[in-house]
Design a binder for this molecule. Structure first.
Ligand code: ATP
Ligand code: MG
Length: 366
């Protein structure tokens, strides 16, 4: 049966619309999934309103077409053609019942194929949007990964901190003896190094699992000035300019200043790295600024770095997702968590080889 359908590379012809009770046809027009019905010759005999919306084609352009002609239709954009061809291979040729894809607008779809005896040789494709499920799935995955990372790092910290505390204690006990031997300097170095190791563990713990925010009033202008000051010299060394746009002094948010600094710092670092990775001779430019939008502030960090494709954009906030050799892939997942804890959100737009813009939205203190 499938091969007959596959072989149906026939020209468009006058088709007989499927005789269907108008009540049922009305129902099909009003359900939220897209529906396409092909007859046993592979000719499209029915498609509902949602389906034309998904394909972004007028009804007349495709009724009576075969899949081959649908794919050859110049009005169908290339992205959709590619996805339809893949779906066709997976479901019709390989016999899989479902096919999932993300469209050019970032929406997720599940396509299902119903065929067989009950369908009397016809092929019914249904297109259901599953963006919400994907979001829930992704959030659950992120939460799971962060929870796992939290547990793992806590147990590592426990295991490492205990022996460090013991070593620190014994060095302090040995201190007078080392002093007698004229080796007091050694004790100082050991103590300083143990403290440094403890700091690293502490840093790791706080960066992988944001602690409860220490809430205070944070003036956005001062926050951005401080972060730009911190990163300016590093940027210059990497051949980038950071331009801090004029800021309104009255933009004040309620939150943890240290965590907010961490978020903006992560984004400026990512921007510098994206510029370095682009590798052209062009001058790297990072724009940082903030503006009021109703009861919210929009803080933006944009760069003219290498940009991101849709696959990277999809996984950007996943813990451990990185495209860098030395990246941990935690910067943005932690930043996302911090901003959500502050009642805000992060949005991003990007174009490959043109640049990226991150926007952090946060509620303002009125
Ligand atoms: N401004 C940007 N331009 C292009 N790609 C970016 C940008 N910001 C983030 N990315 C992409 O998102 C990925 C995840 O970023 P994230 O900050 O979470 O981790 P990372 O930078 O790879 O590692 P690290 O943990 O050291 O920050 C990066 O590897 C990069 O591919
Ligand atoms: Mg990063």
């Amino acid at each position: 049966m499938i091969s007959q359908f596959q072989e149906s590379l026939i020209l468009p012809r006058t088709f007989q619309s499927v005789a269907m009770d108008t009540t049922y046809e009305d129902v099909l027009e009003h359900i939220d999934s897209g529906i396409m019905l092909f007859d046993e010759d592979g000719v499209l005999t029915f498609a509902n309103k949602q389906m034309f919306g998904i394909l972004e084609l007028p009804r007349l352009a495709i009724m009576g077409c075969t899949i081959t002609h649908l794919l050859a239709n110049i009005q169908l954009n290339r992205f959709k053609k590619k996805q339809m061809l893949r779906g066709y291979r997976e479901m019709v040729q390989k016999g899989k019942p479902n096919y999932e894809f993300a469209d050019e607008y970032g929406r997720y779809w599940r396509v299902s194929l119903h065929s067989g005896e009950q369908m009397k040789g016809s092929y019914l494709f249904t297109f259901k949007e599953i963006s919400d499920y994907k979001l829930i799935e992704q959030t659950a995955y992120q939460n799971d990964s962060l929870a796992m990372l939290g547990k793992l790092s806590a147990s590592i910290a426990h295991e490492i901190r205990n022996p460090l505390t013991a070593i620190r204690g014994f060095i302090q006990l040995l201190h007078p003896h080392l002093h007698q031997l004229g080796k007091e300097e050694y004790a100082k170095i050991i103590l300083a190094e143990i403290d440094r190791a403890n700091d690293i563990i502490h840093e790791f713990l706080t960066s992988s699992k944001p602690s409860a925010p220490q809430i205070g009033l944070v003036p956005v202008a001062a926050l951005l000035k401080e972060v730009v000051l911190l990163t300016e010299s590093e940027a210059l060394m990497k051949g980038c300019q950071i331009n801090l746009q004029p800021l309104q002094g009255d933009l004040i948010i309620s939150g943890d200043a240290k965590q907010m600094k961490q978020v903006v710092l992560n984004m400026i670092r990512n921007a510098m790295e994206a510029i370095t990775e682009r590798g052209d001779d062009l001058v790297g430019k990072i724009e940082v600024g903030a503006r009021r939008d109703g009861a919210e502030v929009r803080i933006f960090i944009s760069d003219n770095g290498k940009g991101m494709d849709i696959c990277t954009l999809d996984r950007l906030f996943n813990p451990f997702f990185t495209t860098k050799e030395n990246g941990t892939g935690l910067g943005l997942s932690v930043s996302d968590r911090i901003i959500k804890n502050h009642g805000g959100c992060i949005s991003v737009s990007s174009r490959v080889n043109e640049g990226t813009r991150f926007v952090i939205s946060l509620p303002l203190i009125q």
